[in-house]
Design a protein around this ligand. Structure first.
Ligand code: HEM
Length: 436
């Protein structure tokens, strides 16, 4: 960073002219990149093994394949929603300084857009003091979300009616203010944790003259290459988590997430919404329940995530099937029965990340949640993307708050709702439609 915010912006925008735009099918692009990268991993590993000790001191090792793994930044929709979820994520909520006006918000969004566009393509922004750290994009995406205050400052008429804190779910919530709400969300995802550290540093340096960090949530999935592409993630309970989700292989993503649906409407074309619930998962009490009880709680088996009425992960769950005693195979309190859609619009994209923090130390200090002498401090950054949280997310959450066997081991400790604006083209900036 140099002196003034405006100078920084002028400098920062100069270097993003060459960034390619995101084509319509972002998924295909990513997968192709990933396959190429996978082949590269195999080739690189093969070469290393074959070469043996004599090559170990080679001055020019093969470039790591993640150096080439770019998710296009520009496009009608932001990346980081229907693009495949990379291994690591940082969710950063910022609060704008008091007195910030619309001009300030615009300058901030312009320069953050410019930085994000560069970083996602493996190019250091001009103000980057460690440009060598920006060279491995590793599927980096930066996705912007707006809290209420951005609209209040810039354009209250455009504020979606649903953009407000969710109602309290008194039976289950133990929300801690340190994980709630926020004015501006930056969702950073990458296959390389190092890339995320640098991207976070760059974006926060840009934002610091106008905002304060409210919270940062860090999450992870399996490392890149450790599982076949497209495999549904597992959470720290060991469950296959994310089977029933909208997909880009049919029109369900388009309909339920981007709002191209007769009963839904996007808040702006190319926009969507994100509900983030930070949910503590008590791995210690979970460990005390046996496998059949765990499977009964969800209604799916733990081996491959198949419903208890089927054998394969993607077999449809038969909610009416009964056993020899006449009880439904999938219990009345099972998570998937309670969460399954009860209307034509109740479909959400779950794209969450696990978290795992240092456990309680000897003096009883637990960083974020009291674990009662246990040896876990873990949970899920539950991320739900949908066109309209009130019509799609809320009824599901209300049912689960009322009855869900999984509540025995889970506690929501944070909650935030953001409007995700449309993407932009080169030369534009994320959120530009609020200013017209
Ligand atoms: C830590 C908390 C949670 C855990 C561990 C969890 C775990 C799971 C698992 C294992 C499945 C079955 C496989 C799948 O389709 O993904 C599932 C399904 C589902 N969950 Fe959750 N979940 C949690 C919280 C939530 C919340 C807060 C919501 C929404 C308010 C939700 C909504 C759903 C939906 C919509 C499905 C698919 C239901 C269907 O079969 O149609 N889950 N969840």
């Amino acid at each position: 960073m140099t002196g003034s915010f405006d100078e920084d912006y002028e400098n920062a925008t100069a270097d993003v002219e060459q960034v390619p735009a995101r084509p319509a099918s972002s998924r295909r692009t990513f997968v192709a990149g990933a396959l190429g990268a996978g082949a590269g991993v195999a080739a690189t590993l093969g070469t290393q093994y074959a070469a043996g000790a004599s090559e170990r001191n080679s001055p020019t090792p093969a470039a790591p394949p993640l150096q080439e793994a770019r998710v296009p930044f520009y496009g009608q929709r932001q990346a980081g929603v229907d693009t495949p979820a990379p291994s690591y994520a940082l969710f950063i909520a910022l609060d704008l300084n008091s007195g910030t006006d619309a001009g300030g918000v615009q300058r901030l969004l312009r320069v953050l857009t410019s930085d994000a566009a560069s970083l996602t393509q493996g190019t250091a922004p001009v103000v980057d003091q460690e440009p060598e750290l920006a060279t491995v994009p590793a599927h980096l995406t930066v996705t912007f979300g707006f809290g209420e205050r951005i609209f209040d400052i810039v354009n209250p008429a455009k504020k979606p009616a649903w953009l407000q804190p969710l109602p309290a779910f008194e039976k289950i919530d133990q929300l801690q203010d340190q994980w709630n709400d926020g004015d501006l969300l930056l969702q950073l995802c990458s296959s390389d944790r190092f890339t995320l550290a640098h991207a976070q540093r760059m974006l926060l340096k840009t934002a610091r003259s106008m905002s304060r960090v409210r919270w940062v949530q860090e999450g992870f999935r399996r490392a890149y290459g450790s599982e076949p592409n497209g495999q549904t993630m597992r959470n720290l309970f060991g469950q296959v988590d994310g089977t029933i989700n909208p997909s880009t292989l049919d029109d369900s993503m388009d309909r339920f997430v981007w709002g191209n649906h007769e009963e839904l409407e996007p808040w702006e074309p190319g926009g969507t919404s994100l509900v983030i619930r930070r949910i503590h998962m008590n791995l210690d009490t979970w460990a005390q329940s046996d496998r059949p009880a765990r499977e009964d709680a969800v209604g799916r088996n733990l081996t491959n995530g198949a419903p208890l009425t089927g054998t394969q992960e993607h077999d449809p769950a038969d909610l009416s099937a009964t056993n020899e005693l006449g009880f439904t195979v999938i219990a009345p309190y099972a998570h998937i029965r309670r969460a399954s859609a009860q209307s034509r619009v109740e479909r959400i994209l779950r794209r969450g990340y696990n978290y795992d923090l240092p456990v309680q130390n000897a003096s009883g200090f637990s960083e974020h949640f009291e674990t009662d002498g246990g040896v876990s401090n873990s949970g899920l950054i539950f991320c739900s993307y949908q066109a309209d949280p009130l019509l799609q997310f809320l009824p599901i959450q209300e049912r689960l708050a009322e009855l869900d066997m999984l509540n025995t081991w889970t506690v929501p400790i944070g909650s935030a709702v953001f409007a995700l604006p449309a993407g932009c083209e080169q030369g534009g900036f994320i959120g530009e439609n609020l200013f017209t």
